[in-house]
Design a protein around this ligand. Structure first.
Ligand code: ISJ
Length: 256
């Protein structure tokens, strides 16, 4: 692991995130899928989970059984880990410090996604395609979770690269100074502008006539599948701050 390789991983995850948002934006909001009362009406008895929650829980149970969470890069939203796997065994390299590897912000990602991002991403409406809709929600959640919780790997690399300074701040439990030391504003700016551009490039209408549109021709007329300024905002307000929160929390446990 080096800073270059972890940044390459984050860059590749951007593609996955932007595509997953484009897929979710195909469907309208479909609010009954997120309403526990609607799930209760469907089941004919009381339910405190929405259809989306039940779908995620059941899907993750299958994926846990299939070994998805044997890789520390993947963290489920449901608080369980199925102890056995149907998949062929594989010895994953353990790059993370074991006492800090558990750190994750999936609860924050969950509420950010459903309460803040989704209402801005999907258009109002209900077309009844609930299973396809929440299935695309799960893909978005998994991509965001993998990216944001990868902050553990970023923090490990930064710690190894500057052990003396990090050790002092960790011993003092100085969160603010840790945050400052691990922050690169120049890098954040590159990331935000790149994801905005990816939303333009991946989300354009491709036709056979004329040249390939670059997206910057007349953006007021452009009709992208996921709003590039929303993707910028997603990274600026949520993805990057949460990644840094993961980095700080990982570091606080790096000497346990
Ligand atoms: C992930 C890193 O750490 C911080 C978080 C960033 C991000 O989430 O994209 C970018 C720069 C840093 O402020 C990094 O340095 O690459």
């Amino acid at each position: 692991l080096s800073l270059d390789t972890v940044r390459e991983f984050l860059t590749r995850e951007e593609d996955t995130i932007v595509f997953s948002l484009i897929e979710r934006a195909k469907y309208p909001l479909n609010t009954p899928a997120y309403d526990p009362a609607a799930a209760a009406a469907a089941a004919g008895h009381l339910h405190n989970a929405s259809f989306a929650e039940m779908f995620v829980r059941e899907s993750e149970a299958v994926q846990a059984k299939a070994g998805r969470y044997q890789s520390l890069q993947e963290i489920p939203f449901s608080p369980f880990r199925v102890p056995f796997t149907l998949a062929p065994p594989f010895n994953f390299t353990r790059e993370l410090y074991p006492a800090a590897a558990f750190v994750n912000v999936n609860d924050d990602i969950w509420s950010m996604y459903f309460n803040q991002l989704l209402p801005l991403l999907a258009k109002n409406g209900d077309d009844g395609n609930y299973a396809a809709t929440v299935s695309s929600d799960l893909v978005c959640l998994q991509a965001l979770s993998r990216r944001i919780n990868y902050g553990r790997y970023v923090a490990e690399v930064k710690f190894i690269g500057d052990q003396q300074n990090y050790t002092t701040l960790i011993r003092n439990k100085d969160k603010d100074a840790l945050m400052k030391l691990l922050t690169s504003e120049a890098q954040e700016d590159v990331v935000k502008r790149r994801v905005q551009k990816k939303a333009m490039v991946f989300g354009q209408n491709v036709t056979l006539d004329g040249p390939v549109e670059t997206g910057n021709s007349n953006s007021s007329q452009a009709n992208f599948e996921a709003d590039p300024s929303l993707v910028y905002k997603l990274y600026d307000q949520w993805v990057i701050p949460l990644t840094k929160q993961v980095e700080v929390e990982y570091l606080l446990h790096r000497l346990d």
